[in-house]
Design a protein around this ligand. Structure first.
Ligand SMILES: Nc1ncnc2c1ncn2[C@@H]1O[C@H](COP(=O)(O)OP(=O)(O)OP(=O)(O)O)[C@@H](O)[C@H]1O
Ligand SMILES: [Mg+2]
Length: 224
């Protein structure tokens, strides 16, 4: 709809709404994020359900040549049937992306690096990795007291897995593949769907103790 001054977009009202609110029932998304990590994350099967729906939504955008560029839990809405809807296309583009937009904690290294050559749809896959990490651990892999500090950490691309909760080694592997600094080496949609953790019959019980070790993602190469 439009009038003399504005265009109006009418959308369905998705309720209960933000996945963020489901993960952090005690904080409002407008509020300070200081107490986020006191909450408990989703169990793996629940996180996987939301994650796979995010993958479907983003794959569909990719087919239309659209990069969302503001993938985060506040922009994922759940309806009463548990169906996830992606909202907020304010940063989306169907052009070759160049500028830094979105929400710092979720932004990719190549976006922060102004690396125009390698800045493409894979930037959304990085943000997907941040969402998956956050759904499990209720904290962000790259965090700091201000955006400058966070940007630096993202550019280095090094993060650590919290000790708790213990997660399946396969999930840890998937998170590492999503949060791979080099977008050319970062996992794509096809390989995400074929990843063992994403298979329908995946058994979540941690199979080895190895997931309590090697908690650091060494990902320090700067070349693309
Ligand atoms: N169709 C919808 N149904 C229900 N809630 C919605 C819908 N669209 C948006 N919202 C709510 O409004 C919030 C803000 O909408 P949106 O993200 O599109 O705007 P924004 O201007 O980008 O705001 P922000 O800066 O907070 O991201 C969403 O995070 C969500 O909570
Ligand atoms: Mg928004």
């Amino acid at each position: 709809m439009e009038d003399m001054n504005y265009y109006y977009l009418l959308m369905e009202f998705v309720t209960p709404g933000e996945l963020y609110d489901l993960l952090y029932p005690n904080i409002s998304s407008d509020d300070t994020e200081s107490s986020e990590d006191t909450e408990e994350g989703f169990p793996e099967p629940e996180a996987k359900n939301y994650f796979l729906q995010m993958v479907q939504a983003l794959k569909c955008l990719r087919e239309y040549g659209i990069i969302h560029r503001d993938i985060k839990l506040q922009n994922m809405l759940l309806n009463e049937n548990g169906i996830l809807k992606l909202c907020d296309f304010g940063c989306a583009t169907d052009k070759k992306p160049k500028n830094i937009v979105g929400t710092t904690k979720y932004t990719s290294p190549e976006m922060n690096d102004y690396n125009v050559e390698y800045y493409n749809y894979k930037t959304d896959i990085w943000s997907l990795g941040i969402c998956l990490f956050e759904m499990i651990y209720t904290e962000k892999p790259f965090n700091g007291k201000n955006d400058k500090v966070i940007e630096k950490k993202i550019l280095k691309g090094r993060f650590t897995f919290p000790e708790k909760p213990t997660i399946s080694p396969e999930l840890k592997d998937l998170i590492k593949k999503l949060l791979t600094r080099n977008p050319r080496m970062r996992i794509g949609y096809q390989d995400i769907e074929n990843h063992p953790w994403c298979r329908p019959n995946f058994s979540y019980y941690p199979k080895t103790q190895e997931n309590t070790q090697e908690n650091t993602q060494e990902n320090t190469q700067f070349e693309y």
